[in-house]
Design a protein around this ligand. Structure first.
Ligand code: SF4
Length: 498
């Protein structure tokens, strides 16, 4: 019988095929940038948890990757006799193995804590705790309790490396201990799947992204017949549409009945099937007619840390480090300003001051998806009350171009998305290479901008590399606001003087 790790059992809980692929074809797995970033945050939170749970540093850390599993299990048994905190204590029993993030002496027994970088307890955390408790108890560990520690995103970092308060615990003892037979059943079923010669015949579906994105999605989709016009191009499908797709196995947009679709969805369907773009330029111009020039087109890039690095900031708070502003005068003349702070210090105050300077005092402030920029500006005002009146005044001038695009423009190549990165190439096609994100060097999307920022502020990054990243970030954010100017020009049928 194969011994299955806790992560394999949780993969089985998500999808039996995923377990099979993890074991028999791990090379097919492709973790997204977001998944890799969440792994990195998980490691950071694990490091901080050791400080929090063992402030006197009397505990021992076991490293199964370096020492090997057998040595890790043996060392765990030795350390259990010493009755000091143990980190990554390893256990193997009844066909499963698991490593506990934190194990603390509690009376004559032990208290176990699983540490997660999320901000709440999810159902799969409950499965995780059930497996963890099962394996440790099956190994003979007198476990008194098990808790899940997750990030408290209402906590504010006081600075100085003091992370007491970053984590809050939820006690899962009763439910985890009550699931012994259930866990035994998972192990038995997972063993059967693992022993199969071929992967279970499971089609892609909701389980591929819930509770988290599966790294085999590209592989699994490549094995399935491709729809010509997939139903997932339909924007914002409601429950009735989802139920219809589920009940009828609908894959093609043309097979969805029109009476289930709202006007926007019908427009997407008909533009997709006809191959013809929809553009009501007159209505788009009317929607923008009340907003007289000069206009300011703004876009922010932000960074967030599960473990805050700047005093006065909260976990996962989005902190803007860069903006681009294009100013469009009544004459049609366009000017540009940019802000980018790569010092590694909290950029908030300098960002807010520069933004106030760049946005002038009157005229519409155009954004694409207003909630994002408006929320960041409101948060800046909370953190810097002296600047609050000027920041709120900018928010009062914001005009969102996204609903204008959504209501009055659609091209089949958008595939159901009104992201500016979908609308821009659709509207201007290949005749404008300066408007193509895929022509940018290095940074071509928000995720890459965050990675570039983190690399640029890292002390080990050379000055030359930092300069290169700075150039890429500036070019990327510039294109975001230049794209908005061009959309505005197309909506209002106005010539521009760059
Ligand atoms: S992509 Fe979906 S179907 Fe394929 S293994 Fe992952 S969860 Fe299962």
């Amino acid at each position: 019988m194969r011994t299955l790790s806790k992560s394999k059992l949780l993969a089985f809980r998500q999808c039996p095929k995923r377990l099979w692929l993890e074991i028999h074809a791990p090379q097919l797995r492709e973790d997204s940038g977001a998944t890799l970033a969440s792994f990195a945050t998980g490691h950071q939170v694990g490091d901080i948890a050791r400080q929090i749970y063992d402030p006197q540093q009397r505990g021992q850390l076991i490293d199964p990757q370096a020492d090997g599993f057998d040595a890790a299990f043996a060392r765990t048994q030795t350390l259990l006799r010493a009755r000091q905190p143990i980190f990554e204590a390893g256990f193997r029993a009844e066909g499963a193995l698991a490593f506990a993030d934190v194990l603390l002496p509690a009376g004559q027994g032990w208290r176990m804590v699983e540490v997660k970088s999320s901000t709440s307890v999810k159902d799969y955390h409950r499965d995780d705790a059930a497996v963890q408790a099962f394996v440790a108890r099956a190994c003979g560990v007198p476990l008194r309790s098990i808790a899940l520690a997750h990030i408290d995103n209402s906590w504010t970092y006081p600075g100085g490396g003091d992370y007491q308060g970053l984590l809050v615990e939820a006690d899962l003892t009763d439910e985890a201990f009550a699931r012994t037979d259930e866990v035994r059943g998972w192990i038995a079923e997972a063993q059967t799947v693992a022993a199969r010669k071929k992967a279970p015949p499971i089609a892609t579906g909701a389980q591929c992204t819930d509770p988290y994105e599966c790294g085999f999605l590209t592989h699994c989709q490549s094995q399935e017949p491709q729809a010509e016009h997939p139903v997932h191009w339909l924007p914002r499908p409601g429950n009735a549409i989802k139920a219809h797709i589920e009940a009828h196995g609908t894959r093609e947009l043309r097979d969805l009945p029109d009476d289930l679709l709202n006007p926007t969805q019908q427009r997407v369907k008909s533009a997709t099937l006809s191959g013809q773009a929809f553009f009501d330029q007159h209505a788009a111009a009317q929607a923008l007619a009340a907003h007289k020039l000069p206009g300011y087109f703004i876009d922010f890039e932000t960074i967030q840390f599960g473990v805050p690095i700047w005093q006065g900031t909260r976990p996962y708070q989005q902190i803007p480090f860069q903006f681009s502003v294009h100013r469009l005068a009544r004459t049609g003349r366009v000017e540009h300003q940019a802000f980018l702070d790569l010092t590694g210090r909290n950029p908030s105050l300098a960002f807010a001051q520069a933004l106030i300077g760049a946005c002038g005092e009157r005229g519409p402030v155009f954004v694409y998806n207003a909630a994002f920029e408006q929320t960041r500006i409101r948060e800046l005002a909370e953190r810097h009350p002296r600047l609050a009146p000027a920041l709120h005044a900018i928010n009062d001038r914001i005009v969102d171009l996204l609903p204008v695009a959504r209501q009055h423009y659609y091209h089949p190549s958008q595939q159901g998305s009104w992201s500016i990165k979908a609308v821009l190439p659709a509207m201007f096609a290949d005749s404008h290479p300066d408007l193509r994100y895929d022509n940018l060097d290095g940074v071509q999307d928000g995720g890459a901008a965050q990675q570039a920022y983190l690399e640029a502020i890292a002390p080990a990054t050379s000055a030359a590399r930092r300069a290169e990243l700075e150039r890429q970030l500036l070019a990327y954010c510039h294109l975001d606001t230049w794209a908005m100017v061009r959309l505005w020009g197309a909506f209002t049928n106005t010539p521009l003087k760059a």
